[in-house]
Design a protein around this ligand. Sequence first.
Ligand code: ADP
Length: 370
Amino acid sequence: MHLKNQIIVNNVIDFLLSLAAEYLKAKKVIGVTGSSGKTFTKEVLNKLLPDSFKTPGNMNTEIGVPISILNEYKGQEVAIIEYAMNKKGDIERICKIIKPDVGIVLNVGRQHIGVAGSFENIFYGKMELFQCSDTIIYNADDEMMSEYVKTINKPKISFGIKRGNVSLLEWNYTASGKTKVRYKIFNEEKKIMLNDIFHRGHLLNIAAAVAAAVAAAIGTSEKICWKCLENIKNVKGRFHWKNLGKIRIIDDTYNASLSAFDVAVETMLKIDAKRRLAVVGPIFEQGWFSKETHERLSKILEKLDGVFVLDGYEGSEYIKPKNVIARAKDKKKLARKVVNYLRKGDIILFKASRGVMMEEVLCIVEEMLK
Ligand code: ADP
């Protein structure tokens, strides 16, 4: 049937991508991918480069990217685009048509491994962004990535802890909840004070963003707004710290992965507290690897003073750290146990995969503590 106002195309998605590529007039496109930290990195880049557009929220698929460009791009000089993948080929499909000038791969973890099938599929899936980009920004702490980029003959900038072109040298937390950071950016040292608590992962994301911003600003750091970084904040659900009376809560309920648990726990250990506690649920989409992932999670959690486990979800049964204080299937019941245990001076982390909706437990705890 041929309707009025109808455009017939061979492939709707490729058409949508081409339309968005045509519409996008940015001088530079920065592509961001990685297993964790994409949202935060886009936010940092958006602050560093004031005349920039970023794809919002989770609009990171072959449909989300073009739709957000067509609906929201307003002619900014730089476009920051998140390229997401579930399987090999996903990133290539988007970036062949909407081509990045600068491509960042933040890290490669085991998120969605149950869907991707293997770590190699995740790794090579993400490397597709490097194949499409003119300049590549890579993680010097990741050995496999550092080896892989040797095979690509393109301009490269690296970031890492005490290594790479943009390196994170040192970071500390103040009693009032700020992060003091020292970076080396090429040959120059830079100290920044950030008005919130940021973990190692965040600080590396900032290093990656700085590297990309310098590359996108055609090698100069003049257009980069360093001061704009000072007031960057963690949003609700994403490693967001708040005080409830004399108890500090970390709301990290938005999602979970092993590496995000690792940096969260590491940061808690660096901060002054009477006891460090966590209320946790499982990491989803681990498929055959679920048992192993949760055993590794249990080891990470054992560094804390006590853990509360939310049961009844796929993978909960494998969360068995030695320091479990209580476990329950019912969110209210678990919240009551948490509240009865909490004391002045404690820090407590709430974290699980999105589907668990750990924010419901946090909400009950907050109500009870009022
Ligand atoms: P994404 O958009 O890739 O899902 P977010 O910026 O929303 O990433 O962060 C999701 C979770 O990952 C949060 O818990 C955050 O604290 C954690 N995170 C962010 N960056 C990193 C990193 N570089 N390494 C480990 N965990 C990270």
